[in-house]
Design a protein around this ligand. Structure first.
Ligand SMILES: [Zn+2]
Length: 138
């Protein structure tokens, strides 16, 4: 059964297709409370869940799910964000657990997902070996 659309809310909260991921998450969270015309997309749901877990719990070293990525590395596949995010070593802050070392390897910057993964692997390997992040060339 389709739920009633909250047209008033929609008129006041337009979602542009070029909105950033953070904006879209915020929009969908507000939308879910105000209106039930459509469910939160799976990609947004997964990201909300991931962020909620990261805030309340120390992240596990093993990647969740059936991912074959090394611990600390995640693949981001959003329309405007495609690449590998690597986070290693966590420290507790008032806002929750935060990675000490963090690097993003975008497909477009490295010339494709395979090259981005290679660069991410190399960075992670070196970091785990030396416990220090290498300054990346710009
Ligand atoms: Zn709606």
């Amino acid at each position: 059964m389709p739920k009633k659309i909250n047209a008033k809310w929609h008129a006041r909260h337009p979602l542009r297709s070029n909105s950033s991921l953070i904006r879209r998450i915020a929009w969908h969270q507000a939308h879910a409370k105000a209106c039930g015309c459509r469910p939160v997309p799976a990609s947004i749901r997964a990201e909300i869940k991931r962020q909620a877990v990261a805030k309340t719990r120390r992240p596990t070293r093993r990647p969740r799910g059936s991912s074959n990525l090394p611990a600390g590395m995640v693949r981001l596949d959003y329309p405007r964000v495609r690449g590998y995010l690597v986070r290693v070593g966590y420290t507790r802050t008032r806002k929750g657990w935060r990675p000490i070392n963090k690097a993003y390897f975008g497909d477009s910057r490295f010339g494709g997902p395979r090259k981005a993964r290679t660069a991410a692997d190399a960075w992670l390997k070196r970091l785990l070996k030396t416990r220090r992040a290498k300054k990346r060339k710009r």
